[in-house]
Design a protein around this ligand. Sequence first.
Ligand code: SAH
Ligand code: SF4
Length: 369
Amino acid sequence: MNKDIKIVNNIEEILLKEELSKQDIISLLNANEHEKTSIFAKALQIKREQIGNKVWFRGLIEFSNLCSKNCFYCGIRSGNTNVHRYEVTDNEIIDAVNYAYNNQFGSIVLQAGERTNKSYIQRITDIIRKIKKLSNGELGITLSLGEQTEETYRKWFDAGAHRYLIRIEVSNRELYKKLHPSDNNHIYDKRIEALQLLQKIGYQVGTGVMIGLPFQTIENLAEDLLFFKDFGIDMIGMGPYIEHEDTPLYQYKDTLLSKKERFDLSLKMIAILRIMMKNINIAATTAMQSIDPLGREKALKVGANIIMPNLTPVKYRSDYLLYEDKPCINEEAEECKNCLEARVKMAGDEIAYGEWGDSRYFFNRQKSH
Ligand code: SAH
Ligand code: SF4
């Protein structure tokens, strides 16, 4: 009994600190059911103080599952021949963008597998320009198109994109190697360099990790959180790793934490990050929802403030299966929007329509340079 009380005090003490050490973070990640309520309460309090109860929408358009990479965890990796490959047409992308604009989503996200050929780069540049034009510059544009050259990142930035998401996936170099083929296409240092280039060019930079991967330890996750902080990251999207049958990592499925445990760990990661980085943007990711139907609302309650409603035309969605049981693959955008509104309210938040919802942290970072 006494021992229990001592542990509770310990978590409470850690929560009073200005800076968290790696050991502090590990203790928080290991918190038991009872202790974690204090962590969640503190994270929510910080979110309310720093961000209020606003949630910003980013309409997500997963416009192609063609990918030249072969990451061991991903269902649309190039080596998976069971995937029907698709490409959303320019007109369909513009329709989805119009939907976002007419419904006052502040921003859209263009996401796809990784490709680097010239005509593709030009196509993206043209689409970015079109989006800026049709929305009178009002829609914010986030890209999530993997590793590109500095020239390409600049080209897209100059065309009007202002945020870029590229997950480090895992910040530990050795673990990164275990999760990717060892070839020139999957180099840890290049991923880091991509983040540095994007920051240098002036993007708001988002990254993130998967939680509950094979071989990953609690210590690795603590390192991930410190990595985000040291890097000065503006936005984070992180969520549970979910196995996919047609991937090399599937063979380790019996060694994984249960899906519920991965989900719970993801909530803790979000809450601790909100405590460590008070005014960044944190997404309540789709992978959270795929394990728990109320996953995104739960994420909002422990510190997340961004939701990315899926605007990919429904006919393509079942082909963008990065992992199993991806939710909302049959829902039209309108249904998604209505159910989301109700859900966000349930979490005690309000959707901030018509606003970009940039990370305040980003502006402070810019000023201090
Ligand atoms: N190709 C781009 C963007 C699309 S992939 C890129 O890789 O940056 C988007 C994200 O999906 C990846 O960063 C990865 O973190 C996530 N992802 C891939 N496979 C996953 C899986 N099995 N479980 C959970 N997330 C996964
Ligand atoms: Fe391609 Fe991204 Fe999947 Fe890796 S995670 S295989 S880069 S889509």
